[in-house]
Design a protein around this ligand. Structure first.
Ligand SMILES: Nc1ncnc2c1ncn2[C@@H]1O[C@H](COP(=O)(O)OP(=O)(O)OP(=O)(O)O)[C@@H](O)[C@H]1O
Ligand SMILES: [Mg+2]
Length: 336
């Protein structure tokens, strides 16, 4: 698996992504619901085979709509989607078996047993019964002990696991997880992350939506940010953090200051902690960080400090600033 991934990385570095590496292609996708509500506009996106892609966006951004179109539950108003080069509308019957979907809403067959519902799900795709596969899926999801339970007797978190088991019953090559960890406890969230990583190792492409920035940060190879129906950014997770990341230098002062000295007014400095700390914000990629200037001026002003530390913006801060920039454009805040 590793060598395969590095082969992809190698091709990407050379800037020649082979067509075979793209499992999903979305072009000019738009959706206007019957009521006139525009949920998606001009979405272009390629998903690479074997990656974990996180679609990150606030409520109502269009995440579920996007996934639902790809899975053939909602029809697009504009644009095309293809899986393995096959059009999802024209070749729906050939494509659907390759896709697994774990929907956002919890609805399961309440009276059925876990085993029956998961096993039946496989049959829906016309696949031969395979008890060994179903057993593996249930064991991977820690559902094996519950296989005879009726679903209505399970907790919410367990029901969510059943939905994942159902989506995996027919061995899909692409798995969509719509808010897989909404409303689940920390332990189950960790289990799910573990499971998703295991799926990728097995060659499954995973596309998940989430509100949880920490989840995208923890799980994803690439992140797409969606806001008001538009995909406003798609980036390697590492690049995203590096590229947009501002850094902060904290200067812990020996004596608190009453106010920010006028001599520091031209730097991006704030006085914090009731005057005990100065914080300089700078671009991590900028050659001129402002650090030497700040330290020199502190020396000239006779301001002594006892400690220095730096910190990188989290993905959360990046995300919040991206989404709010789009909704209420304000140029002033972004440093050149
Ligand atoms: N069936 C529908 N009919 C009309 N409008 C809809 C329908 N489904 C969604 N919408 C609207 O489309 C927009 C996008 O909704 P969508 O469910 O795709 O967002 P989302 O990103 O999944 O949100 P959430 O994080 O809350 O799940 C919203 O404005 C929503 O009100
Ligand atoms: Mg949704």
């Amino acid at each position: 698996m590793h060598s395969e991934k590095s082969a992809v990385a190698e091709r990407d570095r050379r800037g020649e992504p082979g067509v075979g590496d793209r499992v999903l292609e979305i072009r000019g996708l738009g959706k206007v619901y019957a009521g006139g509500e525009r949920a998606l506009e001009g979405v272009d996106l390629d998903i690479r085979r074997g990656e974990i892609f996180a679609l990150l966006g606030p409520n109502g951004a269009g995440k579920t709509t996007l996934i639902s179109i790809v899975c053939g539950i909602v029809t697009a108003s504009e644009g095309t989607v293809s899986v393995d080069g096959l059009d999802t509308v024209r070749d729906y019957r050939r494509i659907r078996p390759r896709i697994g979907l774990v929907p956002q809403e919890l609805h399961t067959d309440a009276f059925e047993s876990v085993w029956a519902t998961v096993s039946f799900s496989r049959g829906l795709f016309g696949l031969r019964r395979d008890d060994r596969h179903i057993e593996k899926v249930l064991r991977d999801l820690s559902l094996w002990d519950k296989r005879k339970e009726r679903i209505m007797h399970l907790s919410g978190g367990m029901k969510r696991r059943v939905l994942i088991a159902k989506a995996l019953a027919h061995e899909p090559e692409i798995l969509f997880l719509d808010e897989p960890t909404a409303g689940v406890d920390v332990e189950l969230r960790r289990d799910m992350w573990e499971l998703v990583r295991g799926l990728r190792t097995g060659g499954v492409t995973v596309i998940l939506t989430t509100h949880y920035i920490a989840e995208a940060e923890e799980m994803a190879d690439r992140i797409g940010v969606i806001s008001r129906g538009r995909l406003i950014l798609v980036e390697e997770k590492r690049e995203l953090i590096k590229k947009l990341g501002k850094k902060q230098l904290r200067v812990e002062l020996q004596e608190p200051l009453e106010a920010l000295p006028a001599e520091l007014g031209d730097l991006q400095v704030a006085l914090l902690s009731e005057g005990h700390e100065l914080e300089l914000t700078f671009d991590a990629n900028d050659e001129r960080t402002g650090i030497p200037t700040l330290l020199r001026r502190l020396g000239e002003l006779g301001i002594h400090y006892r400690d220095l530390s730096t910190r990188q913006s989290s993905l959360e801060e990046i995300f919040v600033s991206l989404v709010s920039e789009r909704t209420e454009p304000r140029g002033a805040e972004a440093a050149p």
